[in-house]
Design a protein around this ligand. Sequence first.
Ligand SMILES: Cc1cc2nc3c(=O)[nH]c(=O)nc-3n(C[C@H](O)[C@H](O)[C@H](O)COP(=O)(O)O)c2cc1C
Length: 223
Amino acid sequence: MQVTDAVKRRASVRAYLDTPISEAEIRDWLTQAQRAPSGGNLQPWRVIVLSGPERLAVIDLAAEVLAGQPGGEPTDRPIYPPEITDVQKTRRFRVGEMMYDQLGIPRDDKGARRKWFARNFQFFDAPVAVFFILDERVGHGQWAHTGMFMQTLALLATARGWGTCMQECWGILRPSLKAHFGLAPHEMVYCGMALGHPDPDAAVNALYTERAELEEFAELRGF
Ligand SMILES: Cc1cc2nc3c(=O)[nH]c(=O)nc-3n(C[C@H](O)[C@H](O)[C@H](O)COP(=O)(O)O)c2cc1C
């Protein structure tokens, strides 16, 4: 698949078949993505990839913690900053509405929306789960470079016919995940990623999100 096609086709996948992905395939995929660039070639990322009982153990952990603390655990690195612009708020609202429309869940059915959101913590049934681990001592640059690695993984997954969904929602379970994975004191879970074969019949997977027009984000000078 051409890179252009992979970029166009990649979209967050939120329903999966139970078709497994082998350890050999995962190793190959990770090795390919390792070509992602990073400032000073620091390669500041580390991943923990889960399948089988290890994946189930994290699902159980999430269920247990969220039963006691439905809003999740405190974090000093919230998923969204306290202030986002009105334009960003509108985009966030819009993608939520598009997704719930696709799922046939009305706006006032808060219970159904909460239930759907909770599917995040089952990786949307994806057979593989990836967690991106960062050294808390790195700066904003290394966070951005880890994003390059994540997108490289997502595009390579698309080229293989796999689907992905980034899952920063796991940030609300950072302390529990840190203990569960036995991370070093200076390490943290940044984000999760669901990985597997997309369910072609799931309505939610037909969601193709919008993007701002070029004029909104690009300024071309001197052409
Ligand atoms: C870093 C990051 C974290 C995300 N976290 C979540 C998440 O926790 N749950 C979810 O359903 N989608 C999550 N998403 C998916 C976004 O909602 C999605 O990328 C965006 O709406 C654009 O849609 P697309 O990926 O289909 O192009 C995340 C995306 C990124 C890049």
